[in-house]
Design a protein around this ligand. Structure first.
Ligand code: PLP
Length: 430
């Protein structure tokens, strides 16, 4: 596999962009080597600048549920482009997108559009603090909610100590307002609430974790969170930036039947353009400026081009509810095949899947939280990643990310994946 042009571009990139990338995970740090510079994507395939083609299982880290450049997104974008790209004034499309989101996501009565998932979660937290008049939040170790200061916090040493900054530049005073619980462990949440009575504004959670690799919620974990929040006047925030419109036409909350007070969305609702959104109960959302006192704004928020792409995607989903059945079939074919590969090779790795998101953890342990995820052999993952890449399969460049099946993956794509995976695992796993 020739990567000359990617290598040359990466060298140039590192002179002008820190680390050569505009978002760290792209740099291949966790697996080594040179990131591919991508030139084009269509359906399940991407093409790099050296002319190598790959079957893509990253899907831009989540947005491309229909694969690259579905025709309805392309035509919506072209149509909008003819009319201009941004006005800083209301447009028809943003009303339609907001209306669709409210109709489709069970707990959302009102929604505000922003430009990224980070903005969505950050704004939801501000709103929750204003609504409850409390300052602390609880998040779970291993869940990612974007790069807002209050989320770049790790657990302190003891279970009950304050959070500590996980990045320089985050102040200790910000970090102490973020408490860290253990995913799938309701007792860890209960303890934090007891230690901080009437001080917790919100609990934020990925209803299916995707950012420590895929970790499903244990049975009743989400409903127990709902209950504990209601009992303690704490707002429950679902970060559905990945799961929204990936797991169903109403997100994870629809399939698990648990309704949060606020929901953060992103990725799929932008159809591959930069969009985020947060929404929830009317009573809470109406605290937002300009009708309420909580300030939140954005020059390009509800951008017509981005919103047109997102609207095309959501309309397609609304008109074709069977896409989730088809995604489930494709993803379960893959799951069965991977399990078969592991069995034939006598390997005991953990495979977690919910709908079209999954992670093969290189560990024998069942992965239920960050601690168990961290038992994975990341060196082995790096070898696996590179061998798969050489054979034309583009996987996430980190063990701790989800890989995604899209509507555009064909049965041949999946069979090729399975055949290749068998050969690669046979080579690298000993
Ligand atoms: C990607 C992601 C975010 C952040 O979204 P950006 O658009 O990258 O800011 C937040 N939460 C979750 C669960 C995500 O996967």
């Amino acid at each position: 596999m020739k990567l000359d042009y990617s290598e040359k571009l990466f060298e140039q990139a590192q002179k002008f962009i820190p680390g050569g990338v505009n978002s760290p995970v792209r740099a291949f740090k966790a697996v080594g080597g040179t990131p591919l510079f991508i030139k084009r994507g269509l359906g399940s395939r991407i093409l790099d600048v050296d002319g190598n083609e790959y079957i893509d299982f990253v899907g831009s880290w989540g947005p491309h549920i229909f694969g690259h450049l579905p025709r309805f997104v392309k035509s919506a974008l072209i149509e909008q482009l003819e009319n201009g790209t941004s006005f800083g004034a209301p447009t028809i499309q943003e009303v339609r997108l907001a209306q669709l989101i409210c109709e489709m996501v069970p707990s959302i009565e009102m929604v505000r559009l922003v430009n990224s998932g980070t903005e969505a979660t950050m704004s939801a937290i501000r709103l929750a603090r204003a609504y409850t008049k409390r300052e602390k939040i609880i998040k779970f170790a291993g869940c990612y909610h974007g790069h807002f200061d209050g989320f770049l916090v790790s657990a302190g040493s003891g279970a009950l100590t304050f959070g500590v900054p996980s990045s320089p530049g985050v102040t200790t005073s910000v970090a102490k307002d973020t408490l860290i619980a253990r995913y799938n462990d309701i007792d860890s949440v209960r303890l934090l609430i007891e230690e901080n009575p009437d001080q917790i504004a919100a609990i934020i959670v990925e209803p299916v974790a995707g950012n420590m690799g895929v970790v499903p919620p244990k049975q009743n974990f989400l409903s127990a969170l709902r209950k504990i929040c209601t009992e303690n006047n704490i707002l429950l925030i679902f970060d559905e930036v990945i799961t929204g419109f990936r797991l169903s036409n109403g997100g994870a909350q629809k399939i698990y039947g648990v309704l949060p007070d606020l929901t953060a969305l992103g990725k799929i609702i932008g159809g591959g353009l930069p969009v985020g959104a947060f929404g929830g109960k009317r009573e809470i959302m109406e605290l937002l400026s300009p009708i309420g006192p909580v300030y939140q704004a954005g020059t390009l928020s509800g951008n017509p081009l981005a919103v047109s792409a997102g609207l095309a995607v959501l309309k397609f989903i609304q008109d074709n509810p069977t896409i989730y059945t088809s995604l489930e079939q494709k993803a379960s074919l893959l799951e069965e095949g991977i399990k078969e590969n592991l069995k034939r090779l006598g390997l005991n790795y953990s495979l977690n899947r919910v709908g079209s998101m999954m992670t093969l953890f290189f560990t024998d342990k069942e992965v239920v939280d960050l601690e168990t995820a961290m038992t994975s052999d990341t060196n082995l993952y790096a070898k696996y990643f590179h061998k798969m890449l050489e054979r034309g399969i583009y996987l996430p460049c980190s063990q701790f990310e989800a890989f995604f099946v899209s509507y555009s993956h064909t049965e041949e794509d999946l069979k090729y994946f399975l055949k290749t995976q068998f050969e690669v695992l046979k080579e690298v796993a000993k």
